[in-house]
Ligand binder design. Structure first.
Ligand SMILES: *[C@@H]1O[C@H](CO)[C@@H](O)[C@H](O)[C@H]1NC(C)=O
Ligand SMILES: *[C@@H]1O[C@H](CO)[C@@H](O)[C@H](O)[C@H]1NC(C)=O
Ligand SMILES: *[C@@H]1O[C@H](CO)[C@@H](O)[C@H](O)[C@H]1NC(C)=O
Ligand SMILES: *[C@@H]1O[C@H](CO)[C@@H](O)[C@H](O)[C@H]1NC(C)=O
Ligand SMILES: *[C@@H]1O[C@H](CO)[C@@H](O)[C@H](O)[C@H]1NC(C)=O
Ligand SMILES: *[C@@H]1O[C@H](CO)[C@@H](O)[C@H](O)[C@H]1NC(C)=O
Length: 351
């Protein structure tokens, strides 16, 4: 069975639509769009980061990527950190964490790429398309944007803010998110630059509140094949002869406020109160990027056997049900269309 993501990546690359950072392979709150009349498949449980703190130093070599998947292109460890390079049209190197966190604090120390229309970004995203973003548009040398989405709701794009930052393409800065059930803070070098309270986000309806994984990558918003709107947002067309364009991510420090082995949606509300954590970690444990098994962690072993059976099998089938692209400002109608094409092809393959 060819994985959904490989197909999505292949077809999107072929169509030169640029970037597919915003997606879910199984949305626990949605019906299967291929067979809306039947019940959706059960989505796999999310693998949790089962420790309080996890620090990754991307200068140490390939071991730093132990808990990360490269979903597009190649990303390697260098003395400056993980190196994400765009050399030509279609390049969009991206990594994502294999684990999810359920509220937490993320520090990412990075140096954004140069060039016109190149987007250096990290986002937190959940299976039902809650999303928290930092996005640096290289066209604008003294700015970075923050944004968020709830449940893939892209009715409006009026939530982005612009934060002033000095020389983001020359200097490493630490861009952080502190996320709880009551508010989100974005921090630049340790200072809060934006706060969104739960109630601010459409009385909580658009408030990101489900387990998230972390995606980091760069892409060409200014690719000549992108929609006019995307190119405009990216500050103009990318000239690949100015490249290569490189972002470096030196380190990432993560605190998971709800360390657990798995998270599971218990209904279709997408509310944080509906998320059940399995095998929660009760004592604190810290670890660096080496994969040492954390022996000191005490666990509450969930009394129910539910959840244990759900993950692997349905993960493989990656139902393609919700190929939704919430796509921040980079959303294009063509990518929505392509998402349907991808979903259709994957559906056909599964028959
Ligand atoms: C990571 O990638 C591997 C290989 O492509 C895949 O088998 C695995 O399911 C991925 N893990 C996650 C958590 O997406
Ligand atoms: C993570 O923590 C280490 C050790 O305290 C520190 O050297 C590094 O700068 C931190 N990284 C970030 C992104 O905050
Ligand atoms: C961006 O360009 C500046 C000025 O040429 C240079 O100092 C810096 O190293 C470049 N940054 C990257 C990530 O290539
Ligand atoms: C989506 O957000 C818009 C405002 O941005 C709001 O009017 C609408 O009700 C939201 N939709 C849902 C399903 O929450
Ligand atoms: C872990 O330690 C932090 C302080 O470092 C504390 O705020 C937090 O409540 C602890 N969490 C757990 C699960 O013990
Ligand atoms: C919880 O931990 C037990 C014992 O290690 C394991 O057998 C079970 O699969 C775990 N359940 C989940 C949902 O992670």
């Amino acid at each position: 069975m060819v994985s959904y993501m490989k197909w999505a990546a292949l077809i999107l690359a072929t169509a030169q639509l640029g970037y597919a950072q915003t997606y879910t392979s199984c949305n626990p709150t949605k019906s299967n769009i291929l067979q809306p009349e039947v019940q959706p498949k059960t989505c796999p449980a999310d693998t949790g980061l089962d420790k309080w703190e996890y620090n990754i130093d991307f200068t140490v070599g390939s071991s730093a990527f132990a808990k990360w998947n490269t979903t597009a292109g190649t990303v390697e460890s260098t003395s400056l950190g993980a190196k994400f390079t765009i050399s030509e049209e279609g390049d969009a190197p991206t990594i994502e964490s294999e684990f999810y966190i359920f509220f937490g604090h993320i520090d990412v120390k990075l140096r954004a790429a140069n060039g016109t229309g190149i987007i250096s970004t990290y986002i937190l995203e959940s299976d039902d398309l809650d999303e928290i973003d930092w996005e640096q548009i290289s066209t604008y040398d003294t700015e970075i944007q923050t944004n968020y989405f709830g449940k893939g709701n892209t009715t409006t794009y009026n939530r982005a803010t612009t934060v002033t930052v000095s020389d983001p393409e020359i200097t490493f800065h630490t861009y952080s998110v502190d996320w709880t059930s009551s508010r989100i803070e974005w921090l630049l070098d340790g200072e809060v630059v934006r706060t969104v309270e739960y109630a601010d986000a459409l009385s909580g309806k658009n408030f990101p509140q489900t387990p998230m994984r972390i995606r980091i990558g760069i892409w060409a918003g200014g690719d000549p094949d992108n929609s006019e709107g995307t190119i405009e947002w990216a500050g103009g067309e990318t000239d690949y002869t100015d490249g290569p364009f490189t972002m470096y991510v030196e380190s990432i420090n993560i605190t998971n406020y709800t360390p657990a082995q798995h998270y599971k949606y218990t209904d279709k509300t997408g509310a944080y109160t509906s998320i059940k954590s399995y095998n929660s970690t009760v004592s604190n444990s810290t670890s660096s990027s080496s994969m040492s098994s954390s022996s000191s962690i005490a666990r509450i072993v969930s009394s129910s056997a539910a959840g244990a059976t759900t993950s692997a099998a349905s993960a493989a089938s990656a139902s393609a049900s919700a190929a939704a692209y919430s796509g921040a400002s980079a959303l294009t109608y063509s990518s929505l269309f392509m998402a349907s094409v991808v979903a259709f092809i994957v559906g056909a393959l599964q028959m």
